[in-house]
Design a protein. Sequence first.
Length: 504
Amino acid sequence: MTRHPPSAPTESETVSAPADDRASLCGDLLALRDHVCRRAEAILADFGVADPAPPPPIANLAHYLAIRHRDLRDLQRRLMVSGLSSLGRMESRVLPTLDAVIHALSGESGPGSPTPAPSEAAFFAGEARLGAATDALFGRPRAHRRGRIMVTLPGETAEDPAFVRDLVARGMDVARINCAHDDAEAWRAMAANARAAAVATGHDVRILMDIGGPKIRTATVASHDKHRRMAIDDHIVLLATGEAEASKVRPFVAVASLPQVVAALAIGDRVLYDDGRMEAVVEALADGAAILRIRRIVGGGLKLKAEKGLNLPDTALGLSPLTARDEADLDAVIECADIVGYSFVSSADDIDLLEAALARKGATGATLGLVAKIERPEAIGNLPALIARAHGRRPFGIMIARGDLAAEIGFERLAEMQEELLWICEAAAVPAIWATQVLADLIETGVPSRGEMTDAAMAARAECVMLNKGPQVATAVDLLDRLIARMDANVWKKTPILRALRSW
């Protein structure tokens, strides 16, 4: 027996709504539109936007948040029966979508149009704004694809201009320099090689330099048995300061790179190691130390190593995203880069913090773009306000930093969250970068996994896809260049593009 989802019409039921139902739908949509406009005013006030005519991207973002606070599923099914838009692809055009549907309903049911139908230009204005914002941040796209490819340059490219030129020729649009590694001299050489490659190939190549932020890592470590791997129920002593000295009683000891994080821990807080490959919980606290018990770890266990990332998803750290080292590194960023990557952003005030630092160094205006890395739960909750604060100051985008984000919010929530972040960015005409572990197996081994190919295809809905460094990164650029071009012919954000099928 065929089972239908709740409220789905069966074959014996009508498949087109009668006139009175269409009139009722029209009334409900008019009421929804009124609610969206009123609620958006309060949202804009929360953003600190007092202008009665706010910038269109920020106004549309407020409209999108207002309408998405409502459960629209029943309304969507009623619209489907009438053969109308089910509102499922309205991110960049909330009011134009509502107006178009209201106009269509009122024209069919006869009371006269309560709202004019939007023009084609007005309906697609949000897409145009996003395209312009993407070009402003990342430069001109390749002729055969919309999405950009960003590659993290290894330190060796400071002395290997041919390798950088090859990456650009294969499809690299943005060269990423990670300021957590190497030094200003190496960064200048890497940037110069990227500039020379752009000239040699005739492509527009932008340089993004990622300032490190307060990265929490293991500093020094010690293991009583150097051959032993950490396993479930093992204990780790995490020290705020001092030397890591292990013993039979304390088989694994690590010193945190930032002493204050140990003081911020509470019993029961989770501590994740190496991008979530190990999860421990705080069992006890002593003077300047936390005792952690491992409760989840990858099969076979892990060795305790220095310079591995730590995530503390339950702990309010209160760390400034801009460190003294970052402020010093900004001199080289301003000199060499087109875009500054800003780590550990949590609130709208963090945008002001960076802008003040740039202003002190004379980097005002729109010559330097800004990408805020979304890697903490606070950044997710504050993202709309963060976008509103950044709007209009300089070209702006966000990076969905899926490694840290997965460790912070949980791996099972990452898939839905990366979708929601794409929707918010589209509503606000903000370019998004899909980052972390894209084609990771291919980059390391030369052979992609099936799952990561699907992930890379999904990534094509973002404005830019980031590849990390690795021995086969050039091969990965080649593949991603072709894949993004093919996906551009099949889908735009959430909208399938119905090209003619050739396989049947």
